[in-house]
Write a protein that binds this ligand. Structure first.
Ligand code: PFF
Length: 450
């Protein structure tokens, strides 16, 4: 076998790494724009309920399986099998997770590349290199290819250094910076005219929409993507936690941090949009819907920053640094999934495997960059709407039905004194067995039929 497995050196380190994986583009632009286009606080409320009721139990399934096995997803799931059939299923789910997460990384790296390019553009603006700033801020295939590769190399660099020396070290530095930048930006946006409108749009609920199937599906998808579920990321991070830690408490903290950053990001993005509207920047598309997704971040917000002069350049710089940090702490967790599998099964180094994986994933990214209109949305929807929930379903089946009950209870007990008296102990096993799979399946069918 290869070198000894990595481990997070502290509770704080794990929390920063796991919340770093969870907090990403999904929180800072996915969540706020989803909220705005789905009835404001009605979506917010549904999201919070689903995140705690379904996504948190699903997250726990991954963390518990991971720490029990102390191995990558394929080995971990196979280890829980009761016979050849469930062993084969375990292998399939593990491999499908690796393929899915690599594909997610391939599109995530493109968008993260835009964030990196926009950070450089703001810097160039600040230094008055106008031509460079223009080139950097204008989307082109060449720019996207260069910055996707640049971003993947940053990811590779962090991951190659190892679990505690790379992932944990960088997450522990970057995540606190992300919180600080986010709060400063919110304070600044609230000094501008029109911010209150955005706050109203965000927080005034349209309750009539609350039980709309479309809203529930979006909220559930958002929660799964945001907590990085179904693809083995949380499983592998769980496998690096030591046995003295209290897993239910750690999982709760990660869920809370993830939700808090999403909700807080809403306080930045929606007010920023109405400030932009106030300054004459269009924020609605031809169909009258809010401009969401890439359009928001790379057209509406930059147009807003342009309007506010020198302060705008600084705000823009801070904002795109924030986005790049959020992306990087997520992308490292994605690359770690296939990397851990190869390193653990073939006697080879992190650097070597990481380099090959980076080349492969960047090649897929480039394929998407060159065929953007046909491939981008397709890959996003296949991986996040179809694959992630389906795999999340199988993780719950493994935790609830395939793993022996005593085994799972014993793993939960490790590091959690008196856990037998907690709600978690009483409710979670039932939840992961019945509620989580049924809820995922119901919502999945809705997506397939809708
Ligand atoms: N949770 C990340 C976000 O909200 O942007 C995305 C993500 C990270 C998805 C890691 C999947 C994953 F394995």
């Amino acid at each position: 076998m290869s070198a000894p497995r990595g481990e997070f050196s502290s509770r704080f380190g794990f929390l920063m790494a796991a919340s770093g994986s969870a907090v990403g583009l999904g929180n800072i632009w996915g969540f706020p724009t989803n909220t705005a286009s789905n009835g404001g606080a009605a979506f917010l409320f549904t999201y919070i309920v689903l995140a705690f009721a379904i996504a948190y139990p699903a997250l726990m399934a991954e963390l518990i399986i991971g720490r029990h096995a102390k191995a990558n997803a394929v080995t971990a799931l196979r280890g829980l099998a009761r016979g050849p059939l469930t062993r084969a299923l375990g292998g399939m789910v593990g491999y499908a997770g690796m393929i899915t997460v690599s594909l997610i990384l391939s599109f995530y790296a493109i968008v993260s590349g835009w964030m990196l390019a926009m950070t450089m553009a703001s810097l160039a603006n600040l230094l008055q290199f106008d031509a460079a700033a223009d080139w950097l801020a204008t989307g082109s295939v060449v720019r996207d290819a260069i910055f996707t590769l640049g971003f993947m190399l940053m990811t590779l660099w962090v991951v190659t250094a190892g679990v505690s020396n790379g992932i944990e070290k960088w997450a522990s530095r970057l995540m606190p910076s992300l919180f600080i930048i986010l709060v400063c930006l919110i304070i600044y946006v609230f000094t501008l005219d029109g911010a209150m409108e955005g706050l109203r749009m965000y927080l005034v609920p349209d309750f009539s929409r609350m039980l709309e199937p479309g809203l529930v599906v979006s909220a559930m998808g958002q929660a799964f993507f945001s907590l990085s579920l179904g693809v083995g990321t949380m499983l592998i991070y769980g496998s690096y936690i030591n046995r003295r830690e209290n897993l239910p408490a750690l999982g709760r903290m990660v869920t809370l941090l993830d939700i808090s950053v999403a909700v807080t990001a809403g306080l930045l993005i929606l007010p920023a949009m109405t400030v932009a509207l106030n300054l004459g920047v269009p924020i609605y598309d031809e169909q009258g819907g809010l401009i969401a997704g890439p359009g928001l971040i790379i057209s509406v917000l930059p147009a807003l920053f342009d309007q506010i002069g020198l302060a705008g350049i600084l705000v823009s710089l801070a904002f795109f640094i924030l986005m790049t940090i959020a992306s990087l702490t997520s992308s490292i967790s994605m690359l770690e999934v296939p990397l851990a599998y190869v390193v653990e099964n073939y006697n080879t180094s992190r650097r070597r495997v990481g380099t090959w994986l980076t080349l492969g994933i960047t090649a897929i990214s480039l394929l998407i960059v060159f065929n953007f209109d046909t491939l981008f949305d397709l890959v996003v929807s296949l991986t996040t709407e179809y694959s992630q929930p389906l795999l999340g379903f199988f993780f719950a089946i493994f935790a609830g039905w395939i793993w022996h009950r005593n085994g799972i209870l014993q793993e939960i007990r490790q590091g959690s004194e008196n856990v037998e008296h907690t709600m978690f102990w009483r409710i979670w096993p039932v939840y992961v067995k019945f509620v989580v799979p049924v809820a995922i399946l119901a919502i999945y069918l809705q997506t397939l039929l809708g």
